[in-house]
Design a protein around this ligand. Structure first.
Ligand code: ADP
Length: 276
């Protein structure tokens, strides 16, 4: 607890004088072994954060790393659907076990715990944040890389993730539209406040390719990712197009068969974390 505070700083959120201190992370399940934790964040929903988490985990799995995805987007969980996973996660005396995808990626999501995956999660912020903590403290993770698909924005739950998990780096996902705003700036500032390194930016839905002539069409206007990356001295890890094939595989729960290499550069950056 910080000296100026009159309350428990670990539960109080961002408006606290202790927020500039390096967070004290929670211990994982004692049976877990996690080498690196990578957060995938975005300023708002629908920009492809879950898609990026899933594709990045697939790219790393193809490189021979054992990966997990912790779906911290409790109110909008989409990771199981991308992988076509519909089972119920089981628990024993060691803890709760993630469900493996076809490729062997370990997945934990609220959708693997609720009776009916269509049921909405109508919980208040602290309860949602508590569920994310449990995904770290009670699930047995045995992975090289754990990707955390964060809820969008800079609110209560992302804050809990940063406080609870020892995040080694984050990838910021944005769309061209959104990049012109302050969104990246907010994510950058939050990461800095939480002492988390930023690995770089992924611009999703950057462009579409005309199926007839191959011309790139800037559906959401011109890209500003390079300017923004310069402003914050961050690398651009990928400019991922709107790809109908990708959308089709995602909708069919077959994200693992998608052969595109849009995130190879990002995967290379993530892999370097283990070589350090
Ligand atoms: P978020 O996690 O940011 O809310 P999602 O990853 O769930 O966003 O993506 C939103 C929707 O857009 C999903 O239906 C997803 O399949 C689709 N999508 C995301 N990125 C692409 C892309 N590059 N090409 C085609 N469809 C995409």
């Amino acid at each position: 607890m910080s000296e100026e505070c009159t309350h428990d700083c670990s539960n109080c959120g961002a408006a606290c004088s202790s927020r500039n201190a390096a967070p004290q992370h929670d211990a994982p399940n004692p049976n877990s072994s996690v080498k690196k934790v990578i957060g995938v964040v975005s300023g708002k929903g629908g920009v492809g954060k879950s898609m990026t988490s899933a594709l990045l985990a697939c790219a790393m799995a193809r490189r021979g790393y054992h990966c997990g995805i912790l779906d911290a987007d409790i109110t909008g969980p989409s990771i199981p659907k991308l992988f076509g996973i519909h089972g119920r996660a089981m628990a024993d005396e060691k803890g709760c076990w993630p469900i493996q995808s076809r490729m062997g990626i370990d997945v934990m999501s609220i959708n693997l715990l609720v009776e009916n995956e269509e049921d909405p999660v109508v919980w208040r912020g602290p309860v949602i944040a508590g569920a994310v903590k449990q995904f770290w403290q009670e699930v047995v993770w045995d992975v090289d890389f754990l990707f955390v698909d964060m809820p969008p924005g800079t609110g209560d739950v992302p804050l809990t993730v940063f406080q609870t998990l020892p995040v080694d780096g984050i990838v910021i996902v944005s769309s061209p539209q959104e990049l012109v705003g302050m969104i990246v700036g907010k994510a950058v500032q939050m990461a800095q406040m939480m002492h988390v390194p930023i690995l770089g930016l992924v611009e999703n839905m950057s462009y579409a390719v005309c199926p007839d002539c191959g011309k790139h069409i800037n559906v959401f206007g011109d890209s500003h990712v390079d300017e923004i990356a310069d402003k914050y001295s961050l690398p651009v890890l990928a400019k991922m197009p709107i790809d109908p094939e990708l959308a089709k595989e995602a909708d069919a729960g077959m994200i693992e068969v998608f052969a595109g290499d849009y995130l190879d550069n990002a995967a290379q950056t993530v892999a370097k974390l283990l070589k350090k």
